[in-house]
Design a protein around this ligand. Sequence first.
Ligand SMILES: Cc1ncc(COP(=O)(O)O)c(C=O)c1O
Length: 467
Amino acid sequence: MGRTVSEEADRLQAAARRHLWMHFTRLGGYEDSDIPIFTTGSGTRLYDVHGRSFLDGLASLFVVQAGHGRADLAEAGRRQAQELAYYPIWSAAHPTAIELATRLAELAPGDLNRVFFTSGGSEAVESAWKLARAYFKAIGQPQRTKAIARHLAYHGTTMGALALTGLPALREQFEPVMPGAVHVANTNRFRSPFGPEVAADDDRLAQACAGAIESAILAEGPETVAAVFLEPLQNTGGCFVPPPGYFARVRDICDRHGVLLVSDEVICAFGRLGTWFGADRYGYQPDMLTFAKGVTSGYAPLAGVLCRDFLAEPFLEPGASFSHGITFGGHPVSCAVALANLEVLEGEGIIDHVAAMGPSLGARLESLRDIPIVGDIRGDGFFWAIELVKDPDHPEVRFTPEERSALVRGVVAPRLFEEGLVCRADDRVDPVVQLSPVLVCGDDELDEIEATLRVVLGEATTHLSLR
Ligand SMILES: Cc1ncc(COP(=O)(O)O)c(C=O)c1O
């Protein structure tokens, strides 16, 4: 006789506690609550081991663009696995990697024509930094090794990518991290290091934030800097939107100092901002573009770096090669799934849907401003954050780390989950609720997000006795 639903749930719960090492998780944090176990996905919804339904308001960590449970994407993977499950792209090629590289080159802005595939986003960032170093060595500028990134920005966890990640708490356990990464101001307008007057003026803010990059290049010595790594819209800290003109200035600074501009689009590509790429949304030409997550909508793992033609040139010389590779980079099944996913995003008008509906998601969130704990709302497309504040009349007063942990881990995160909304309440810095819904969400789902947030953030306000 088979197990009942609740026996199966108990069995999985016990086995997870005993054997599974969950990423970025306090393993001892489940004494009073169950580890969530999701078993099924369909469209915009997830179902847990008890059969409870949740709205996926984070696209399962910014990944599932086209929605859960799609037979066409599953079938694309199955077909490829049967035809050729695996062969590496080390000194060889297979059709799906060739077709996908070609398709990505067509879609990407300008002459980002060459694709180096990896299996995940950290490896893509790692590869971009390695390629920047190898390129400069090849053209006779071997001293260009450093890279600039922004405070709080998350660029991954492998040692190079970790050095770029601007969250000291993530680096601490592993110090000393790889040298050569320098962090500068991000485009946080709500808590700008340049003060409220500058923050209120697009032009001055763009100038100050881009200026911070130039100052770092000059301080390090321009001849030692290889690349600047920027997300189009910075995730960690809560959706820091670039002020108009910021990327044009950064592009100019990079050009003047001979530094490469890397657009880290692990989250922002493939429709998240209502365009194929974040660089399209904000109108700039990166020299490299790192992608991952949404390229396959999560039906198989894949990532990579798109490079401009000039970066590949030294490696086209007789006898030259980029001494770097990853066994599962460009896996045939993942590439087949990605090709099918890109077809779905285009054929079903999903990117245009986000461009059309993004402002309406923003407007729904803006309507929550009457809740005292809601301090700021920012974002673009289907990528938004709500920053929570301790004192609505004095948003500059910040939560202590203990207070924000109690608020987020004790109230906001568990209550959102109980109310059936999967999104992310982040207490690593000033507390934010992050939203990145599956891109096929329509009015009903956006209404549900707004209604759930109204309930939970209202309760969180009461918890703080703000009113
Ligand atoms: C901007 C950015 N870069 C890099 C990464 C690392 O990607 P992965 O987790 O696939 O290694 C992430 C992951 O969220 C990311 O958001």
